[in-house]
Ligand binder design. Structure first.
Ligand code: EPZ
Length: 420
């Protein structure tokens, strides 16, 4: 298993180009199952989760031709695809559940493994199943699989999600595209990735409109050929902004509209960063001293993203004074705390709230990655540490950050991948 060796402290400076969004690519790739016509998806990030989703599409019978740089996929669906998604594939990437909506909408049946939980939480899919059931899907759970069927086409209806869920919103929008009649979804997630999915589907002739958290989908018979480029990854952009902030750095984030992460950038300004934003670039300068922020609470978009929580905690460790962060989305998303303590952080966790003492002088240590975003917070902390850190199990990082070591090296970080 590969490791990262990082020698800190480093001052980040220069420019970084953001890759395509993992969390936009996954639902869009899943949605290609709806198509009879060829679809070309561009600006895919070269990360493991995308490879997994492409393997899943191929296992279902899609023909996927990747460009030499693996950033563009041309996808052809034969008339009849398979509708079985195995545990071996689904267990490696929970986002696989997003193939359920398109398969049931197009082929009226699917046998797909339950995704199971992960380190950050139980990750149930009840909202997905309930919504698809309201559209006309019947299912039983047997031997760890969802055996789903529908009597012909799904039927449009009104559905109100009991809780805001990114995946359930995506699965249901995709399924509703081919339903008979109109579907109105209420209490939807409105993350930018869902708007990217909407733009992709509408570019192929779907009829999806939004009003706040209400999404209306008028079912169509089929979708047309389309060519679509994935939006840049807002969590990668946010992560690099934290890297500049924690290291008194000076960084330009290229090809990214900073307005999409206004909430997080406003927080970085409160920490003391100087930030200029336009629709093509973010220029960020980290402060000499980081101010503490009393309490940050993660919330659904446009609130503070849970996927930025662990990165923000690194800033709190270095800030002058006490801060706290409350994780409101997932029940176990503090896996990074024990590792940050190994670097010298003073953090106390009670239920879903972490209190951080601040003024930490991180000293390099050997660390263990856990989930994707916890792992990147260890990289950020190592950059701000005195001495060498060794980060184990960086396959977690490879799931969602493309070429992170080369991007970091180019902006001044002493980082090496040790292949085991
Ligand atoms: C998506 O996960 C993202 N993943 C996550 O990013 C992100 O953290 C999350 O949205 C929240 O923004 C992808 O887009 C591939 P949810 P998702 O459904 O869809 C509960 C990363 O690091 N819930 O919005 O699974 C759930 O347990 C990943 O890139 C149910 O109870 O998130 C959670 O507590 C991590 N029943 C909350 O809702 C359901 O049926 C929000 O989950 C569905 C969700």
């Amino acid at each position: 298993m590969d490791k990262f060796a990082i020698v800190g402290p480093a001052r980040i400076s220069g420019q970084v180009k953001i890759s395509g969004s993992k969390n936009s690519s996954l639902p869009i790739l899943a949605a290609t199952l709806l198509f009879n016509q060829p679809v070309r998806i561009k600006n895919l990030p070269k990360v493991k989760d995308i490879n997994t989703m492409i393997s899943l599409l191929k296992s279902l019978g899609s023909k996927v031709i990747l460009s030499s740089d693996r950033r563009t996929a041309k996808i052809y669906n034969k008339k009849k695809l398979k509708t079985f998604a195995s545990y071996s594939l689904v267990k490696t990437m929970r986002g696989s559940i997003l193939v359920l909506g398109p398969l049931i909408a197009k082929y009226f049946k699917s046998k797909i493994s339950l995704p199971g939980g992960c380190l950050i939480g139980a990750r149930p899919i009840n909202y997905h199943l309930d919504a698809l059931q309201k559209l006309g899907m019947n299912y039983i759970l047997k031997d760890g699989y969802i055996l789903a069927k529908s009597k012909g086409k799904l039927k449009g209806t009104m559905i109100k999600f009991p809780k805001i869920s990114v995946g359930a919103t995506e699965n249901t929008i995709i399924a509703a595209c081919l339903a008979k009649g109109t579907t109105t979804l209420k209490n939807c997630a409105i993350e930018p990735e869902i708007k990217d999915l909407t733009n992709f589907l509408n570019s192929a002739g779907a009829k999806i409109t939004w009003k706040g958290r209400i999404c209306k989908i008028i079912g169509v018979n089929s979708l047309n050929q389309t060519d679509y480029s994935i939006m840049p990854d807002r969590i990668e952009a946010g992560t690099f902004c934290v890297a500049a902030t924690v290291s008194r750095g000076n960084l330009d984030i290229l090809n990214f509209d900073g307005r999409i992460i206004k909430t997080e950038l406003d927080l970085l300004k409160k920490f003391g960063a100087k930030i200029k934003v336009n629709k093509k670039k973010i220029s960020i300068k980290g402060p000499k001293n980081l101010k503490s922020i009393k309490n940050i609470k993660t919330k659904e978009y446009p609130g503070v993203s849970t996927d930025m929580q662990s990165q923000l905690m690194v800033l709190m460790c270095k800030a002058n004074g006490k801060s706290s962060i409350t994780e409101n989305i997932f029940e176990n998303r503090f896996m990074h705390v024990a590792e940050l303590r190994r670097l010298g952080a003073k953090i106390n966790v009670v239920k879903n709230r972490a209190t951080i003492q601040g003024n930490t002088k991180f000293v390099g240590a050997e660390l263990m990655s856990s989930d994707l975003r916890a792992s990147v917070s260890l990289v950020l902390a190592a950059i701000a540490s005195n001495g060498k850190s060794l980060i184990n199990r960086i396959y977690h990082l490879d799931r969602g950050y493309e070429n992170i070591e080369n991007k970091l090296r180019k902006i001044g970080v002493k980082i090496k991948r040790l292949k085991k």
